[in-house]
Ligand binder design. Structure first.
Ligand code: AKG
Ligand code: FE2
Length: 273
C-alpha cells in the first residue's frame, strides 16, 4: 500500500489526468480511493476507469467533491523501471529511458510550458552581455538560493506538477532534492555549452537527476583528462542520473542542431546545501 501515489484533491484536474495515465498499461484503470468527508473518516472505495477522457474525469471529480470528499485518492503504482549504467568509471551515470509514458510526457510538457515562469537570462563575457541560448527557471525550497554562471537565482515556490516529477526522480535516485533548475530549449538553436555541475553549493559529489520532455536531443559527456566521449539521445519522459565523482571528471553539453525540431524542457533536480 505504501507504494500507492497520493493525490490531494485540491490539485488540478490536469495533474489528476497525468496520474491516471500512469496506470495505462493495466486497462481499465483501477484505483483505490481513500477519502475523508465532513461526517466520517477514511472511507475506502474501489473505482474503475475505462474512459479517462478529460470530461469523464472532470465529472467524476466533481461528483466526489459534491459529496464532501476533499482528502485524497490513491492510484496503482507504475511498474518498476530499470536503469542502464552508461558510466561507472570516475563517476556514475545511469539512464532510464521511460519514467513517464508518451501521453504523460506530452501532458507534462504542455503544463510546464505554460505554468513555469520562464525567463531570459544574460551572461557577461569579455565585456559583452549575451543572452543565454535557452530560457531558464529556478524552483525550490524557499531558503535555498543558487548562483549559476554568475546569475543569482532565488527559487520560486514548488508547483504540484514539479513536486510530482520530483517525487518520481527521488524514488529512482534514492535521495531527496530541494531545488530544480529548468531549461526550455525553444528549438535546435538553443543549447548548453560544455560544463560540469560543480558549483560549491551542490557539495562534493552531487546527485543530479535530469528529466526531459519534448523533442529528443543529443547529450554528450566528455572525460576531462581522457579522450572518452559518450553520446546519448535524451528522449521525452527519460531520466538521467549523474552521481558520485561524475562532475569532477566529466563535462556535459547539449549541442545545437540544424534539424528543424520543436521545444524541449529539461529539469535538473539538485540538492543545495
Ligand atoms: O538540458 C539538459 O539535458 C542538460 C542541462 C544541464 O546540463 C544543466 O542545466 O546543467
Ligand atoms: Fe549541467
Amino acid at each position: 500500500m505504501s507504494k500507492y501515489k497520493t493525490l490531494h484533491i485540491k490539485e488540478s484536474i490536469s495533474l489528476l489526468k497525468v496520474y491516471l495515465l500512469e496506470a495505462e498499461k493495466t486497462q481499465p484503470i483501477q484505483a483505490l480511493i481513500d477519502f475523508k468527508t465532513s461526517q466520517s473518516d477514511n472511507i475506502r472505495q474501489f473505482a474503475q476507469f475505462s474512459d479517462y477522457s478529460y470530461s469523464t474525469l472532470y465529472k467524476w471529480f466533481r461528483r466526489y467533491r459534491q459529496q464532501g470528499i476533499r482528502e485524497f485518492i490513491k492510484i496503482n503504482p507504475l511498474e518498476s523501471t530499470i536503469g542502464e549504467t552508461l558510466i561507472n568509471r570516475d563517476g556514475e551515470v545511469i539512464f532510464y529511458q521511460e519514467i513517464f509514458n508518451d501521453k504523460q510526457s506530452e501532458y507534462l510538457l504542455n503544463i510546464l510550458q505554460n505554468e513555469i515562469a520562464w525567463r531570459q537570462d544574460y551572461i557577461k563575457m569579455m565585456g559583452q552581455t549575451l543572452p543565454l541560448p535557452r530560457l531558464t527557471a529556478w524552483y525550490g525550497d524557499s531558503d535555498k538560493s543558487y548562483t549559476y554562471s554568475g546569475i543569482n537565482m532565488n527559487p520560486l515556490a514548488w508547483t504540484d506538477t514539479l513536486l510530482y516529477i520530483k517525487e518520481r526522480a527521488e524514488t529512482l535516485a534514492g535521495t531527496k532534492f530541494n531545488s530544480v533548475l529548468l531549461n526550455f530549449y525553444r528549438d535546435g538553436r538553443d543549447s548548453v555549452a560544455w560544463h560540469s555541475d560543480d558549483e560549491p553549493e551542490l557539495g562534493k559529489n552531487p546527485v543530479i537527476a535530469s528529466v526531459s520532455f519534448g523533442s529528443t536531443r543529443k547529450f554528450s559527456l566528455k572525460h576531462k583528462q581522457e579522450e572518452d566521449i559518450i553520446n546519448l539521445e535524451l528522449t521525452s519522459g527519460s531520466l538521467l542520473i549523474m552521481r558520485g565523482a561524475t562532475q569532477h571528471h566529466w563535462l556535459h553539453q547539449l549541442p545545437k542542431t540544424n534539424h528543424n525540431i520543436s521545444a524541449r524542457i529539461n529539469l535538473t533536480f539538485r540538492n543545495i546545501i
